[in-house]
Design a protein around this ligand. Structure first.
Ligand SMILES: [Zn+2]
Length: 167
């Protein structure tokens, strides 16, 4: 089932999400629908608050090239630690259509999280997957990628954005 993706400036996108407590069929239904919605929208990541569910869960699939096998990953109640290095990547967001900006992130990260059954998992990763994870993790705290820009570039981005929305 396709879900509606909330877009900027919807205030729901700026709220802090709550930890997942039940790893039941409702959660699995949500995760499955999020995956369907993400693939349909050609995104490489989607967080639950972007589809109106204020819970700490997101999905990522960076196998964007056609023909590549899906590499869907689900992260629940994630905690990022041990970030190192830095990487600049041009990011966009399904909730901020029409805008892409270069954002500086940690190059390597470690993430501790639960899978859909509530089982603890750990992943150490770098590059695009690390960038996507940091971007989606921000959504759980109500932070959008434009908030990660320098003040001047943020002002310019928001100006572009208000134009994109009015037109
Ligand atoms: Zn996003």
């Amino acid at each position: 089932m396709l879900l509606e993706i909330l877009t900027y400036p919807n205030p729901e996108l700026l709220k802090v999400s709550n930890p997942v407590k039940k790893f039941d069929r409702h959660l699995h239904f949500l995760l499955d629908n999020m995956a369907e919605t993400m693939y349909e929208a050609n995104g490489i990541g989607l967080a639950a608050p972007q589809v109106g569910h204020k819970v700490r869960a997101f999905i990522v699939d960076v196998a964007i090239n056609k023909g590549d096998q899906n590499q869907l990953r689900e992260f629940i109640n994630p905690k990022i630690s041990h970030g190192s290095g830095s990487i600049i990547f041009e990011e966009g967001c399904l909730s901020v259509p029409g805008l892409s900006e270069e954002v500086k992130r940690k190059e390597k990260i470690r993430i501790d999280y639960l899978d859909r059954f509530g089982k603890p998992q750990t992943l150490e990763t770098e590059g695009l997957l690390a960038v996507a994870i940091q971007h989606e993790n921000d959504h759980l705290d109500g932070v959008l990628f434009v908030d990660r820009l320098s003040p001047i570039r943020r002002r310019m981005a928001k100006k572009k954005l208000s134009k994109a929305i009015t037109l």
